[in-house]
Structure formats: structure tokens, C-alpha cells
Design a protein around this ligand. Structure first.
Ligand code: DGL
Length: 272
């Protein structure tokens, strides 16, 4: 039997849309309810307690929307607040483990880089998962918090001088460690893939958490017969906690498709 309830996805802001764009590719019939906490972005520079509190509120919002599963499309929440999902009445997916497993299987020289927010890097979660598959791996993790602001600001061009200089500075330890595989451990970062690639060079493989997670979600839906009707035309709705207009502008670029005005709404989490 088909399950036509939507997939719930949340992030601190726009970054989770890189996961949504992969869901649209792998699961085109599924409805998606997205929540971007644009009023409180960034999460990655905050304390674990605050990130947990925000994650619980974001999850509660999506549960209200009657979703069939929740994806924390946020490396930060996935790293330091994944346990907030323990009491959820629906299955939960994070964006760390699948990307880490992919990286461990991809690397040839055993040197893996992780780019994330400060909270993600301090949690050591990617390294933990990588070592489950490849115990001898050498992991170099770099906190690249300013990438989040660049994306939220809409500074996305591959040849943007500020993006390139920021990347050059952040990526030096990854180049010095001769990593051949680098995890984009924050969902905002795939947007800057072009610039990151031009600093790291073509020989380095970038792992996008969105792709790895979308594949895992598809497998789960298939195995549990929870897919939406194959005839159904998908409806995607976007909720934000602030500045719906600027979200819409950059979201269109990230998703590569137009979002209609009626499909995006500003909400206050306190007034559920
Ligand atoms: N996109 C998020 C992540 O994957 C959050 C970035 C932030 O809010 O600092 O970590």
C-alpha cells in the first residue's frame, strides 16, 4: 500500500535544500514539507544545548504536518542532536553516517577530509563512522563556519573572489594532509562545490551528504513499502521562520526550479 504522507525535512536555513534537490532526483513522487529555521541560522556556532532545543522544536513542527519520516538535513543537528529523535513517532534520518560510510568506501589513500560547522567538527561523529568501516583512516576535519554565511547571503558563484579566498584559507589543512576524499559535512557546502573543487583540484572526490542520504531514504521506503503513489504529482511546501522573500530567491537557485509564492510560508514556531 502507498503512503502519501510527505517527507519532512529541516535545516537551520537554506542548506537542507541540497538534500531536497537530491530527494527530488531519487524520489520524484514524494511530497516534501521543508522547514528552514532562517530566523535562527546559523546553528553550527551555538552550544549543544541550544542546538538540541532548536532541533526538538523543528521536529515538533514537522510532526504537526503529519509527515511519514523526518530528515535532519543539517550536519550540525545530525552530529550533536541526533538523540532528540529518540522519542519521535516516525523514522528519522541524519546526514552524517551515510556520507561517512561513502567516504570510507571511496578513499584510495585512506586520508579523508571533513568540512563542517564548528559543532559538527568538534563532535567527531564523521570520524567515528568512518572508522567503523576503515579503522586505519586518517581524518582531517576543518570547521568552515563562514561558508554558511556566504550561502545564506547568496554569494554562490564558483569564481566569487570572497568565496575562493575563504575556501583557500579553510582548505589548507586538507591539502597539506593529502586527502583524496572530502566530505561536505554541512548541507550548505555542496552549493560551493565548484569553488571548493577549484582549490582542492580534480583528483579529490567530494562526498555530498544529500546524495548519500537520499539513496538511504529511497532504500528504506522501498523496503518498507512506504512509497507514495507512483501516479501522484508531488507537492512541495516550504516553511521558514524569517525572511521568506530572500529564502525564495536563493532557494530557486539551489533547487534549480521555481517555488510558487503559495508554496512558501513564514511561520512562528511558538504559535503551532
Ligand atoms: N546546514 C547546516 C549543517 O549542515 C547548518 C549550518 C549552520 O546553521 O551553521 O550543519
Amino acid at each position: 500500500m502507498a503512503d502519501n504522507r510527505a517527507i519532512g525535512v529541516f535545516d537551520s536555513g537554506l542548506g537542507g535544500l541540497t538534500v531536497v534537490s537530491e530527494l527530488l532526483r531519487f524520489l520524484p513522487n514524494e511530497d516534501i514539507v521543508y522547514f528552514g529555521d532562517t530566523g535562527r541560522v546559523p546553528y553550527g556556532t551555538r552550544s549543544k544545548e541550544t542546538i538540541r532545543k532548536y532541533a526538538l522544536e523543528d521536529e515538533a513542527f514537522l510532526i504537526e504536518k503529519d509527515v511519514k519520516l523526518i530528515i535532519a538535513a543539517c550536519g550540525t543537528v545530525s552530529s550533536v542532536a541526533y538523540d532528540t529523535a529518540e522519542t519521535l513517532p516516525v523514522p528519522f534520518f541524519e546526514v552524517v553516517s551515510h556520507a561517512a560510510f561513502d567516504a570510507a568506501k571511496t578513499t584510495k589513500n585512506g586520508r579523508i577530509g571533513v568540512l563542517g560547522t564548528a559543532a559538527t567538527v568538534n563532535s567527531g561523529m564523521h570520524e567515528k563512522f568512518i572508522k567503523e568501516v576503515l579503522p586505519e583512516a586518517e581524518v582531517t576535519a576543518c570547521a568552515c563556519s563562514m561558508f554558511v554565511s556566504l550561502v545564506e547571503e547568496g554569494w554562490l558563484a564558483d569564481d566569487d573572489i570572497v568565496v575562493l579566498e575563504t575556501a583557500r584559507r579553510y582548505l589548507k589543512p586538507i591539502i597539506d594532509a593529502k586527502c583524496d576524499t572530502v566530505i561536505l559535512g554541512c548541507t550548505h557546502f555542496p552549493v560551493l562545490k565548484g569553488a571548493i573543487k577549484s582549490i582542492l583540484g580534480d583528483k579529490v572526490t567530494l562526498i555530498d551528504a544529500g546524495t548519500a542520504t537520499a539513496k538511504a531514504v529511497k532504500e528504506f521506503l522501498d523496503e518498507n513499502s512506504l512509497n507514495a503513489d507512483s501516479e501522484k504529482v508531488a507537492k512541495n511546501r516550504y516553511f521558514v521562520s524569517d525572511k521568506a522573500y530572500s529564502f525564495k530567491k536563493t532557494a530557486t537557485v539551489l533547487l534549480g526550479k521555481k517555488i510558487e509564492d503559495e508554496d512558501i510560508k513564514q511561520v512562528s514556531l511558538n504559535n503551532l
